[in-house]
Design a protein around this ligand. Structure first.
Ligand SMILES: NC(=O)c1ccc[n+]([C@@H]2O[C@H](COP(=O)([O-])OP(=O)(O)OC[C@H]3O[C@@H](n4cnc5c(N)ncnc54)[C@H](O)[C@@H]3O)[C@@H](O)[C@H]2O)c1
Ligand SMILES: O=P(O)(O)OC[C@@H](O)[C@@H](O)[C@H](O)[C@H](O)CO
Length: 471
């Protein structure tokens, strides 16, 4: 239980996207600080803007925003801890003014985000804001009440500017290369369309630190709730489960004060980029390398794939020969140790991270984590064999039927388009990669196209396992 008096904790952070990860990571670091008697003026107010967030609002309100974080060790030991750093939760559609009032309050010095890669509305080709999303379009109408995270941020900044209140810092904690830069560019793009004076204020005054965040946090399963009740007598409507490993590398670029995160293990650095590239191109890209092939081969959990030597060798081959050559030196990190530790983390049988979670929203993940590796390898005349097979395995997975003939539920904001294209994979294997919005000009680069055709054909003819074996 929290050792601090929660009635003495005052809000300092507004967080959009209170899902599993925020509760396993940023809220946990603050809880550690609070248990040491620090940062008591940095309580978190969670905000949900999507209809699905209503359930989180109900659970949080029923349990005073307390929840259990259960660390799952590979030997089966469960380490539960009740986290108290979230002190309020607002479901924005019910009361948008309450959200704005909290964001305008000078005590709010940080607005943080885990709104998924898709939440930033980046056009993958131009790298500019894609304002066509219905939630953004609604917020752009004159006089509209905000409904999106961007809408709330820009309106709150407008009100702070008019009231002479200094702006808050916007801290993105999503898995995006240059997450601070991307948040700044996209929110500024939105502000320019909505309110140019606030856009100028934002560009001149608001800080957007970059950070690398890491802790595998699977979707909570009913079995997790039951185990918590049976083994520990804790009834929790929505506990969070995660692996023991945790890392946060944060750029020290805050407009005002910040919590003393370094006191609880956060690495505060000047340049996050090397750490972030290492994590996204080794960990997240490897998740992509294992999930589609593993699923097609009949596995359903990440640990199952990573206990199979064939796939471990494939992943290490990708990391050593394709991911790693694109990385700059990473200060203080032994990359060989990091890669083997990744395999151990993926293989933790207790975490039970589903391949379905890793296979979702591929169109927001492959272009951001894997295709930059392909492009850099091609530019340097180096190997791309395994990366090509990963893209082909996504194309095969998107056909919506597995190797046993069972339907696959493809979860992706571009689902219809992807499935429609993938269904032509046999007669026209290039159709899937001919979407320049996702793949740029790769479909016209013979160095990519030749091995890609062969990989798609092999997946159809001999299946995922034999294709990896042949490789
Ligand atoms: N789960 C992990 O292992 C992990 C680890 C590191 C980083 N992350 C980052 O955290 C993000 C969230 O992961 P999670 O496991 O908490 O997922 P989750 O599904 O548990 O929660 C996602 C939250 O984001 C909100 N959201 C989604 N789209 C949004 C949008 N367009 N606008 C506003 N809010 C939106 C949802 O409403 C929800 O509250 C990931 O996309 C990733 O960038 C996750
Ligand atoms: O959550 P996403 O969408 O960014 O990606 C899926 C996983 O690769 C990711 O959640 C990892 O588990 C996480 O990045 C580990 O820190």
């Amino acid at each position: 239980m929290p050792s601090y008096d929660r009635t003495a904790v005052t809000p300092g952070i507004v967080h959009f996207g209170v899902g599993g990860f925020h509760r396993a990571h940023q809220a946990m670091y603050l809880d550690r600080l609070m248990n040491d008697g620090k940062a008591l003026d940095w309580g978190i107010i969670g905000v949900g803007v999507l209809p699905n967030d209503r359930r989180m609002a109900q659970v949080m309100s029923a349990q005073d925003c307390l929840y259990t974080l259960v660390v799952k060790h590979p030997d089966g030991q469960l380490e539960p801890r009740v986290v108290g750093s979230i002190v309020g939760y607002l479901f924005a559609p019910d009361d948008p003014e309450a959200v704005l009032a909290r964001m305008v309050d000078p005590a709010t010095r940080i607005v943080s985000l885990t709104i998924t890669e898709g939440g930033y509305h980046v056009n993958q080709v131009t790298g500019e804001l894609d304002a066509s999303d219905p939630a953004l379009a609604a917020d752009l109408r004159p006089g509209a009440t905000p409904g999106s995270a961007f809408g709330f941020i820009v309106e709150a900044l407008r009100r702070r500017r008019e009231a002479g209140v200094p702006p808050f810092t916007v801290m993105s904690c999503d898995n995006i290369p240059g997450n601070g830069h991307v948040a700044r560019k996209m929110i500024a793009g939105f502000a320019r369309l909505k309110d140019p004076a606030t856009a100028e204020f934002l560009e001149n005054e608001v800080r957007f630190p970059n950070c690398m965040v890491d802790r595998i946090t699977p979707v909570t399963a009913d079995a997790d709730r039951e185990a918590l009740a049976e083994r520990f007598g804790i009834e929790d409507g929505w506990p969070v489960v995660c692996e023991p490993f945790t890392q946060w590398v944060l750029e020290d670029d805050f407009g005002g004060e910040r919590p003393p995160y370094e006191d609880v293990g956060v690495q505060i650095v000047e340049d996050v980029e090397p750490y972030e590239l290492m994590k996204l191109r080794l960990l997240n890209a490897s998740h992509q390398a294992l999930c589609y092939l593993g699923f097609l081969d009949g596995y359903r959990y990440a640990h199952e794939v990573c206990q199979d030597k064939l796939y471990v060798d494939f992943l290490l081959g990708y990391m050593d020969n394709e991911g790693t050559p694109t990385l700059p030196p990473v200060p203080g990190v032994d990359l060989d140790r990091y890669k083997h530790q990744l395999i151990e983390r993926f293989a933790n049988p207790e975490v039970r991270d589903t391949l379905a979670r890793l296979c979702a929203e591929s169109s927001d993940r492959i272009p951001k984590w894997l295709l930059p590796v392909v492009r850099e390898q091609l530019a340097a005349g180096r190997e791309i064999t395994r990366s090509v097979l990963v893209v082909a395995s996504w194309a095969r997975y998107a056909e919506g039927v597995d190797e046993q003939g069972q339907p696959i539920e493809v979860v992706d904001r571009l689902r219809d388009k992807l499935v429609e294209r993938a269904q032509h994979n046999r007669e026209d294997p290039l159709v899937f990669i001919s979407d320049p919005d996702l793949f740029g000009d790769l479909a016209s680069d013979e160095r990519f196209v030749t091995p890609y055709r062969a990989a798609v054909k092999s997946l159809h003819e001999i299946g995922a396992r034999a294709t990896v074996e042949a490789l």
